[in-house]
Ligand binder design. Sequence first.
Ligand code: MN
Length: 358
Amino acid sequence: MKFMHISDVHLGARPDPGRPYSAQRKEELWETLRRVLCRAKESRIDFLFITGDLFHRQPIPKELGRLCGWLEEIGGTKVMITAGNHDYLKRGCGYWGMAWPDNVCFLDSAQVMRRRLQAGKTDVYIYGNSYHARENTDRIYDNLVPGTEPGIHILLGHGGDERHIPMDYRRIEEAGFHYVALGHIHRPHIFSSRMAYAGALEPIDRLDTGPHGYIEGEIDDGVPAGEGTKIRFVEAASRRYVPAELMWTPQKRMGQLQQELAKKIEESGKEHLYTICLKGRYQPGRRPDVRRLLEFDQVCAAEDKTQADYDMEKLYSQNQGQLLGEYLEAFRGRELDEEEELAREYGVEALLETRGPS
Ligand SMILES: [Mn+2]
């Protein structure tokens, strides 16, 4: 039995609002899903598991119509869907009373339900549930065990943090399912051949760094549960979020920094999206303006972590008995954490400014 497992597609989301690529990103979420569906058809995949948060919020009829048109085209693949905490089954939302294509099965119960389907002559039992509220703190998977019927038993789960179905991963992994397909955590994670988070199909925000895609697997039901399962992660997202560090020095000019960034983007991939962290030291009063880095379309955010190149000891000794000296006194003689160091700098800068040019 061949399967694909995708999760957290977040259709309808519009990542990084305000950035020039944002509208295109929204469409890319759909395009990548389309590619995955084509792949399922070409590879004659028996089952496609979608483990929650297929939509970013409750879908509207137009979105469901578009999705169903595509799902119908892969009639040879059985598609199993659950709703996650983002697209939970709110009363009256588009999911209610939805007429899905024949090859689609929506596991709509809040409690874990089971469906028996077929892959060739093999019975395949799918266990799963949907969210009916934004949160669910019940540990509904921890004590779950598959039935004893011959065939393949698969659990579809969504959650894994304190407010979204907390999980005892070891127990669930060893409960006896042939495969446990998990969703909610956006970073893909393979526990073993019999349990994995597929991760978000496309990264949704800049914290979703690294590769994104889906899990592809094959289960041989002739051997005990777990032993006959093979899985692998396949990168499928059109872009990655890449954290990048740049260095500022008192001698540097903004033009130079922008050239360095252009080179970095060229080397690491123009299709990717960059979160810039600017470090280093600047000459007092000449703090670099990191917003200039947002002139690059591929930059999703730029953070300024530069520090003023003050000689704090000299400033202190020159200003003892004055407001600035007293201010610096409060920070002396101990290790400062990052926040305190920043506070000290902002304070010094403000106090120097009120004094006017020296
Ligand atoms: Mn979720």
